[in-house]
Design a protein around this ligand. Structure first.
Ligand code: UT7
Length: 331
């Protein structure tokens, strides 16, 4: 019997119109364009403005972009997964709302939260549903409205994050294209270094937690940086060695866009040349769950059927991992 693999058959994206530049950030906190550019590689990020607009707004737009490009009937979608750290609401599934709004009326939907590794973990989840043979079309969306949880008076975090969404459709493939391998890890030691302290079950919201700004992202950047550099490089290298791949077999490195220096360190470890490293951090900053699908959408035209892609991500928790995927179409 032919093995069913799960391939990405279409991608879509959405980023908000408003551009928050390094120059504008200089007016909020003690920072400067030169510091931000050399330490992170970020020049600007997108911010979702507008009363009442949450992560679902961007997830819907990214899905509609995919649906239009792929000439897809949304009624054929079996499952919608929204990978996000910033759901519209506590408790109510953002994905359920997104599925209804895009017309995926035959789908069920739920959210997946693993901080900056959400989309990578979601790839594993989506691919497993497809490989089971029970589902034919799984829409995986990575979307985050990071501006809703960032303190714009904290220079350690406000320079990094941005808003955006990307979507990928997973379908069965009989040519052995799509997801080939994955190595996913986590370590709870990380939660002291990158987190939102209040608003969860451990520390419910009170007047004090709001006044103490405990509902914003806190990050001990240097520590997270050290873990990210070594762990992302380790897992990316593992994907190559475990699959007998050498640098020349790899067409693209698709790495979480948290810091240009972390991406470059990962590329150096696996020996991938700069022109094979997807990069859009300078335009969007760190969009958390959206970085990987935004890269796929931005580079879609350059991707060729059969290309070998190595994915790598690292995020809060800590959560991290890598995946090896064969691209399935020419656009
Ligand atoms: O996506 C999830 C995972 N997250 C990550 O992977 C992020 C990992 N961390 C990082 O990317 C980096 O640690 C940051 C970009 C957050 C910070 O860069 P860094 O090179 O680690 O800087 P630092 O925190 O060690 O600070 C260096 C200096 C300090 O000054 P002194 O003590 O040397 O005088 C900071 O006070 O830079 C100062 N500084 C700034 N200066 C201007 C910190 N933030 C800023 C700023 N503008 N925004």
């Amino acid at each position: 019997m032919t093995k069913i693999t799960a391939a990405i058959s279409a991608v879509g994206k959405y980023v908000p119109d408003y551009i928050l530049t390094n120059k504008e950030l200089e007016t909020y906190v003690d920072t400067n364009d030169e510091w931000i550019t050399t330490r992170t590689g970020i020049k600007e990020r997108r911010i979702l403005k507008g009363e009442g607009l949450g992560t679902s707004y961007m997830a819907i737009k990214a899905s509609e972009d995919l649906i239009k490009k792929a000439h897809l009937d949304p009624k054929e979608i079996d499952l919608v997964i929204v990978a996000t750290a910033t759901p519209d609401l506590q408790v109510a599934s953002t994905a359920a709302y997104v599925a209804s709004e895009i017309g995926a009326t035959n789908a069920f939907g739920y959210d997946l939260q693993a901080a900056c590794s959400s989309f990578l973990y979601g790839m594993s989840t989506a691919a497993s549903y497809i490989a089971s043979g029970r589902y034919k079309k799984v829409l995986l969306i990575g979307a985050d409205k990071m501006s809703s949880i960032i303190d714009y008076s904290d220079r350690a975090t406000c320079i990094i994050f941005g808003d955006g969404a990307g979507a990928a459709l997973f379908e069965p493939n009989l040519e052995n294209l799509g997801l080939q391998d994955e190595y996913l890890r986590s370590d709870g030691v990380g939660r002291d270094f990158l987190r939102i302290e209040a608003g969860g079950s451990m520390m419910p919201t009170t007047l004090e937690t709001v006044q103490q700004k405990k509902h914003f992202v806190y990050q001990e950047g240097k520590t997270v940086f050290k873990y990210a550099v070594s762990n992302m490089a380790d897992v990316a290298e593992k994907m190559l060695t475990r699959n007998n791949l050498s640098e020349s077999d790899i067409q693209w490195l698709v790495a979480h866009q948290a810091n240009k220096r972390i991406i470059e360190a990962t590329a150096n470890r696996v020996g991938v040349a700069a022109e094979k490293v997807m990069m859009n951090i300078h335009r969007y900053g760190n969009t958390t769950s959206a970085t990987l699908p935004l890269l796929l959408a931005d580079y879609e035209k350059e991707l060729k059927k059969g290309d070998n892609l190595i994915f790598a991500a690292f995020g809060g928790g800590f959560t991290w991992g890598a995946a090896y995927l064969k691209w399935a179409y020419n656009s």
